[in-house]
Design a protein around this ligand. Sequence first.
Ligand code: ADP
Ligand code: TRP
Length: 322
Amino acid sequence: MRILSGIQPSGRLHIGNYFGAMQPAIRLQDEGDAYYFIADYHSLTSVQDGKALRGFVRDVAIDFMACGLDPNKCVLFRQSDVPEHCELSWILSTVTPMGLLERCHSYKDKIANGISPSHGLFAYPVLMAADILIYDSDVVPVGRDQKQHVEVTRDIAIKMNETFGAGLLKLPNPRISETTAVVPGLDGRKMSKSYDNTIPLFEEPGPLKKKIMGIQTDSTPVEAPKPVEGSNILALYKLVASQADYDTMVADHLNGGVGYGDFKKRLLQAMTEHFAPFRARRDEIVADKDYVEKVLAEGAEKARSVARKTLGRVRAAVGLGA
Ligand code: ADP
Ligand code: TRP
């Protein structure tokens, strides 16, 4: 089973990215032949500072490995080290109906959030389709917001196969981890860097405390029972606490007598403990200066040999080259 996923290097990773995208991908590395890449071509649609982009790419690689991604079990690479993605993207774009892209929520949401509508942003799902199809991927683990893009990928593959020959491209399936599909942010909306409500994965202790103590709550008095439905403290706690500790916090909500300040302190402690081993691993990775580049270079070589073969097959089918 070929597994493939990508993550954009467009800023500091947050715990929504971790539970929604990284943890499921890391778990899957034991179940098949996994290819994970850092989508720097995609990030050009939002990051227009070369030095910053290069730094984000490195940080994503470091963070991903610190959280358990093992380059001996999967292939980790930088998208732009495999330029074949772009060539396939162009070929796919010639069979992609405009209407298919016009329907994409992600594009519409980004425009609504004030991002200027470039051609790259509009064509983003076609590049994503190329990323997926060039590895003959079976399974694509992504957050719920990316499901539509995998469906678009299937539509494009179907169109290619109808036009240039059955079986030319393999149809992928999305894999959404339903249990942690949406991690709430500090203000209760979906955690997202566009809402400035995130808890960064490797936040320093001081700012982490400030963020958690600043989580928005209602004004129920200490002694009164507190609502469990829709509580973002509980939703976040569930991700990092043991079942027993979580059950205790639920009971304390229902019984009353414990204030939100206390709940936040428990959350802070559980969060700190949960990520402590990752933090230690991160320090080790950072200390070995050449390690990250070495991993990415080896990953690129492996990925590129697969990508070249698929692209060769497609070029032959559509009539490019001699
Ligand atoms: P952001 O919303 O912060 O810009 P991205 O869109 O770059 O995050 O998301 C990268 C990956 O992380 C995607 O697969 C997305 O589904 C997942 N993800 C992002 N935010 C969350 C969240 N709050 N809950 C669950 N998954 C998330
Ligand atoms: N669009 C994805 C996101 O924003 C990142 C991505 C790019 C991706 N190419 C991909 C994910 C291919 C899975 C497969 O999260």
